[in-house]
Design a protein around this ligand. Structure first.
Ligand code: ASP
Ligand code: MG
Length: 441
């Protein structure tokens, strides 16, 4: 089986949906499971609707619901041609917006907000199915809520997913094309839930692992993962091949193309992941497999919004157990640390969200003098065995002579060197690295 996942922009316009139908029917050598996101912008609107309801602003929520409904009404006019298909699409849109309007009248809860968020993927898959039917393309809708489950810690249950999904597929072994919702799932209480924003990639990877797919294709609007951020540097090139480890580092450290959590299921089952471009289906894109393909620098990525916390204490001198006590504070506030540097009397760590910063600083105070600095960016240089690549550090530092590098992390992973710079230097840093490491402007 093959998995093909299409993101919001790939289904965001009727034309694009038509194109997706072509892409998924091109090759019929093996059965395909298609995973769809919500139409672009929809999940954001649903979040806003939920927030308005939570704040008790029903009028505002109603206004947002009506606006979204109007969007879908005009979407379906271009999506299908026949009266029969149009009537079907209309009734789907009405059904889901009726549901939102009913929710508006019920008192708001966390569980309800998840129901609201699920409407996007339910709508996109059902409407796509109507279009396929109109075109005479045989397929089956696979309801994600019947097989995609998460446990009490919100972690997907791959073995359960596997059992449930296999059963459904076996019962429908005469079908060759399946359409399912990304992002949505059921939680341990049986309620509708989701895999967090951008979670459709995760769905695709989980489904790929569950059915041991031959490939998991992630279709977006860029031709794969690039060596640098195309919004910031003039010239970038797609990276043809990455290992799962390299891809995980890049995704985590800011390359927006793939959701960081989505790598492990495919990696575990050794299902190759391909990043492909709906606008340029023939482009090679990026293939992610067990093997890295080559040694050396592949790409740089940047992660913004980093906060540095410095802990300075003479008590640390020759002491043991000091770091444990510090780490415990972060554990208590469920805040993960990205980078760390130590000297004999000081430790600096970075975190990527300041939600619990005040509380963390307060609890760290007994250990020494605490200072914090916000507005930093982690620049990660990623590549297979990069730490063993000759002259990598001299090349890096030479390229970055004008940059006040605040921290360096080298040797933690064989595939990554990370540097922390003030965010105001991010653009310049990425440009200098593009020239210094890749010879590109
Ligand atoms: N629709 C969801 C979101 O926008 C999931 C996804 O697109 O991956 O976050
Ligand atoms: Mg996405």
């Amino acid at each position: 089986m093959k998995i093909m996942k299409f993101g919001g922009t790939s289904v965001g316009k009727p034309d694009r949906m038509h194109q997706v139908a072509q892409l998924i029917t091109k090759d019929d050598s093996e059965p395909v499971i298609v995973v769809l996101s919500a139409l672009s912008g929809t999940t954001n609107s649903l979040v806003a609707i939920g927030e308005a309801m939570a704040a008790g602003s029903r009028d505002q929520a109603k206004e947002l619901i009506d606006k979204l409904e109007a969007h879908y009404q005009s979407f379906i006019k271009e999506l299908v041609k026949t009266d029969k298909a149009y009537a079907k699409a209309r009734s789907i849109v009405s059904e889901h917006f009726e549901f939102l309007n009913i929710i508006l009248k019920i008192s708001f809860s966390e569980a309800l907000s998840k129901d609201i968020l699920a409407q996007g993927e339910l709508l996109s898959t059902k409407l796509f199915s109507v279009y396929l039917e109109e075109k005479g393309i045989d397929h089956m809708l696979l309801p994600a809520l019947e097989f995609m489950t998460i446990d009490a810690q919100d972690e997907p249950q791959l073995s359960t997913i596997k059992v449930k999904l296999s059963r459904i597929l076996q019962q429908n072994s005469n079908k060759k094309l399946f359409i399912t919702q990304g992002y949505i799932c059921r939680n341990s209480r049986g309620e509708v839930d989701n895999l967090k924003r951008g979670g459709s990639d995760y769905t695709a990877s989980l489904v790929a692992a569950a059915v041991n797919a031959s490939v998991c294709e992630i279709w977006t609007d860029i031709d794969g993962m690039h060596n640098n951020d195309p919004r910031i540097v003039k010239k970038t090139v797609p990276v043809e091949q990455l290992s799962f480890e390299e891809a995980a580092e890049l995704a985590y450290f800011g390359a927006k193309i793939l959701h960081p959590t989505c790598i492990w299921p495919a990696q575990q089952q050794k299902v190759p992941v391909k990043l492909l471009n709906t606008m340029q289906p023939e482009a090679l894109g990026t293939t992610i497999t067990q093997e890295a393909g080559s040694v050396g620098v592949k790409a740089v990525a940047a992660k913004d919004g980093i906060i540095v916390i410095n802990i300075k204490s003479s008590r640390m001198l020759l002491a043991y157990g000091f770091l444990r006590k510090i780490f415990e504070v972060f554990e208590k506030y469920r805040t993960s640390i990205d980078m760390i540097t130590t000297s004999e009397v000081a430790v600096s760590v970075t975190i990527d969200h300041g939600g619990n910063l005040t509380a963390i600083v307060k609890e760290l105070e007994p250990f020494g003098t605490i200072t914090t600095e916000d507005n930093h960016t982690i620049i990660s240089v990623v590549g297979n065995e990069i730490a063993q690549t000759k002259h990598i550090l001299s090349k890096l530092f030479e390229a970055l002579t004008p940059i006040p590098v605040r921290m360096v992390s080298y040797g933690g992973s064989k595939h990554n060197v990370s540097m922390l710079v003030p965010s105001s230097y991010k653009t310049q840093t990425l440009q200098l690295l593009n020239k210094g490491l890749f010879g590109l402007e």
